[in-house]
Write a protein that binds this ligand. Structure first.
Ligand code: SF4
Ligand code: SF4
Length: 394
């Protein structure tokens, strides 16, 4: 048996999980580009350093984003990856595809690119890994003819993304897919033409379970919620208990704000204490449902570490109706005011959460014309510097 040329990468194929190395090897059987990618990666593991560099702007006519230029530092040794640009395709809302659509994406990519994909990138797009500069425009034309568009990259609005929402999930309080589609179409200019100090992301989850990780990963997180009471079916609660659920330990004691109480027969609920964390609903989904007056909570400022550490989004609007009939105008008015302020005030490569942190929440609130309210504060209940007179609590 001949000796492997990629002993370090081979190690990553061991174990029970699928391996990206195996997939690149499959593609390397027919694509020299993928073969050189393997060899370059093996060298990186051996030398413990990356051999990619940024350099030169690449793109397609009329667009400023959607293509990320990649070049290797070792083009003579690895000519197949001399140019290895990444393209982002805007995914459909909720990542629903027909198999025909997926085949179309792959068929085009196998002819004009490396054949390697990443389904999906952290932003949500279909990521097409590795093509040459001369193929960019033909690729765009081919995808465009099939109804696909580029996603966002650079200092612009990144491709909005959402959970599957009402299409599959009983917890969805808003139509995430319609909202995502609407915002994507409405903000085409912001998506394709980098014009801001840095990137801005909108992510939408249908309920506070936040399956798309919007709170941690987006500048504007839209989370479906409700503002009336939980709907509790007491008979169904008792059935859970009769079947052995330790309701005290599993549900009551784990409610973060002590909004629930079990007296042995009935589940009592203090509506004003509920922070809509979803725990009791997730645990007893047959007995407890969200309320019926539904809308969304808007959080601002989430991001991964870049200039500053990772941020989770702040609650800025505790409840906003998400009205299709009104074309989601209330949210659009809000986000446009926030973008305008950030665009004026931010330093280069500063996300809106960092700008708020640097200039203060009061400046931000003034710009978006909102009054400060208690829901914007994470922990008034446990802050030792907030005092009440006993009579205030009655
Ligand atoms: Fe369902 Fe909520 Fe997850 Fe969306 S975020 S898929 S509505 S549980
Ligand atoms: Fe408590 Fe969360 Fe249930 Fe509200 S949703 S009652 S906060 S467990």
């Amino acid at each position: 048996m001949s000796e492997s040329k990629t002993p370090l990468l081979d190690d990553l194929e061991k174990g029970q999980w699928p391996s990206f190395v195996t997939e690149i090897k499959k593609m390397a059987e027919t694509k020299p580009m993928a073969q050189d990618l393997l060899s370059l990666l093996e060298l990186s593991y051996k030398d413990k350093r990356g051999y990619w560099k940024h350099g030169g702007l690449v793109g397609i006519m009329g667009y400023g984003g959607g293509v990320i230029g990649r070049y290797t530092e070792k083009p003579e040794e690895f000519p197949g990856v001399r140019e290895f640009h990444t393209m982002r395709l805007n995914q459909p809302s909720g990542w629903f595809y027909t198999t025909k659509a997926l085949r179309t994406v792959c068929d085009i990519w196998e002819v004009k690119g490396s054949g390697l994909t990443n389904m999906h990138g952290a932003t949500g797009d279909i990521i097409l890994l590795g093509t040459t500069t001369d193929q960019l425009q033909p690729l765009f034309n081919a995808y465009s003819n099939e109804g696909f568009d580029l996603g966002g990259s650079g200092s612009n609005l990144r491709t909005p993304s959402c959970c599957c929402g009402m299409a599959r999930c009983e917890y969805a309080c808003i139509d995430t897919m319609d909202l995502c589609h609407n915002l994507t179409n409405h903000y085409q200019d912001e998506l394709h033409r980098p014009m801001w100090p840095y990137k801005s992301k909108i992510k939408i989850s249908g309920c506070p379970n936040d399956c798309v990780g919007a709170i941690a990963r987006s500048d504007f997180a839209i989370l479906g919620t409700w503002r009336d009471d939980l709907r509790i079916d007491q008979a169904a609660v008792r059935e859970y208990v009769e079947k052995g659920l330790d309701i005290q330990e599993i549900v009551i004691d784990r409610c973060p704000t002590s909004a629930l109480n079990w007296d042995g027969n009935e589940l009592q609920f203090k509506s004003e204490e509920c922070v809509r964390c979803m725990h009791c609903i997730n645990t007893m989904s047959k007995a407890i449902r969200t309320g019926v007056d539904k809308g969304a909570t808007i959080l601002v400022g989430g991001k991964a570490p870049i200039l500053q550490s990772a941020f989770l989004g702040w609650v800025i609007v505790p409840f906003m109706k998400m009205e299709k009939e009104n074309d989601y105008q209330e949210f659009k008015d809000f986000v446009e005011k926030a973008w305008e302020w950030w665009d004026e005030e931010a330093k280069v490569r500063e996300r809106i959460g960092e700008t708020i942190c640097r200039l203060g929440m009061r400046n931000f609130l003034r710009a978006v014309e909102l009054e400060p309210i208690p829901q914007m504060i994470f922990k008034p209940r446990t802050n030792p510097y907030v005092f009440w007179w006993p009579e205030d609590l009655n």
